[in-house]
Ligand binder design. Structure first.
Ligand code: ARG
Length: 399
């Protein structure tokens, strides 16, 4: 924690919302330091126009905005798809994947603007504080970290509003948000409010990226997803940049109500939390990727992958993106993906999806071998007699 007085210039992860506007001012008051505002665009679709002016009006000496949408998708989302990383079998890691790229650039901007400290607006109960701070630690252990939510005596939104009023901080008169929402190009997450009761079903009006499956089109859609070495590269034959591809996948799957998840998950900090997620494009791409893998991965490699995928998801979830274990796991995943090139055909219909075809120039699937028809001697069925006898020896009986 930053000793007040020793910090001269703080780089604050800033969104222009109530919390980070109040934090900006609080840093100036408490630490007597300068504040540089930093805003990462990871596709949260918030208004970025006028943000620098707003930051300055709140007292910032500078404001840096970075468009990270392509990097986020290419380096983080695509890796999770290549790895099949899904936390607790359900959560596609939308927030967890964005934190390290936001943190990495936070460190860079802090250095470039001569800051000796970084600050973020994550609370003391969540995973995000852990993810940000592990990233800072891995990339620049000398930076002082300030986490006002764990530090100050503001306890509620009302306290923040009062603070804003007292210091004449410009905040839009927004109504209280019913949920804690985190949005980026990959997903939207909803937590808190009425969702805190794990038995309370989410209201239909909450959802933004996906249509209600019951009201989705009555005709199914078919979409072709192309992969190169495990990375999504095209939709319906059209090559797209990572961010554009993910955006397109979100639209296609979202219209058909695909990608909603409602779960109770285990947070890293030791508590259970109920979360609802919309990850339309991610759901589609994970399924399509697995379909291409089904014909291009060797059986043992695939089964090894299935053992490691939950572990990779856990590493990502827990915020250890920049770690020695992740480096090793990344190399492993890359080695498995060399031949994962090809296409999957996916059918989308009222909240569900099915794979209806897969093909690849590196397919290991041998129609002749697998066929129920005459295989022209490629496979001698009588070999199976001795094979089963040997593997069954230890189960007893005699030949
Ligand atoms: N529970 C999810 C995670 O830990 C989503 C967190 C959303 N963050 C937020 N500040 N609302 O990845």
């Amino acid at each position: 924690m930053g000793a007040r007085g020793t910090v001269k210039r703080v780089c604050l992860a800033y969104s222009g919302g109530l919390d980070t506007s109040v934090i900006l001012r609080w840093l100036i008051e408490e630490y007597g330091c300068e504040v540089v505002a930093y805003c990462a665009d990871v596709g949260q679709e918030e208004e970025l126009d006028g943000l620098p002016e707003k930051a300055r009006a709140s007292g910032a000496v500078d404001c840096v905005i970075r468009d990270l949408r392509e990097e986020f998708t290419r380096e983080y989302v695509w890796f999770a798809i290549r790895a099949g990383a899904i936390y607790e079998g359900t959560y596609l890691l939308g927030t967890a994947l964005a934190r390290p790229v936001i943190g990495k650039h936070h460190v860079e901007v802090a250095r470039q603007t001569g800051c000796d400290a970084v600050a973020h607006g994550a609370t003391g109960k969540g995973n995000d504080q852990v993810r940000f701070e592990l990233t800072y630690r891995a990339l620049d252990p000398d930076l002082t970290v300030i986490a006002p939510w764990r530090d100050w005596d503001l306890r509620s939104r009302t306290d923040c509003m009062a603070y804003a009023q007292k210091y004449e901080i410009p905040v839009a008169a927004t109504v209280k948000k019913p949920y804690s929402i985190d949005r980026n190009l990959m997903h939207i997450s909803y937590e808190g409010g009425v969702l805190e009761d794990p038995w309370h079903a989410p209201e239909e009006s909450m959802f933004i990226m996906t249509s209600n499956p019951e009201e989705a089109p009555d005709t199914a859609a078919e979409v072709l997803i192309g992969f190169e070495e495990g990375t999504p590269v095209s939709i319906d034959g059209e090559t797209l940049t990572p961010a554009r591809l993910l955006h397109r996948a979100n639209q296609i799957a979202g219209v058909h109500g695909v990608g909603r998840v409602d779960m109770v998950e285990n947070r890293m900090v030791g508590l259970k939390s109920r979360g609802v997620y919309e990850t339309p494009g991610g759901t589609l791409l994970h399924a399509a990727h697995r379909a291409v893998e089904s014909i291009t991965l060797d059986r043992e490699v695939m089964h090894e992958r299935d053992r490691l995928a939950p572990r990779i998801a856990e590493v990502i979830y827990n915020g250890f993106w920049f770690s020695p274990e992740m480096e090793a796991l990344r190399a492993w995943v890359n080695a498995t993906q060399r031949n994962v090139t090809g296409e999957a055909r996916v059918r989308l219909y009222k909240g569900g999806l099915q794979i209806t075809g897969r093909r690849s120039p590196f397919s290991l699937y041998d129609e002749t071998l697998s066929s129920f028809e005459d295989d022209a001697g490629a496979y001698d069925q009588s070999d199976a007699t001795g094979f089963i006898h040997l593997v069954g020896l230890r189960l007893g009986g005699r030949r």
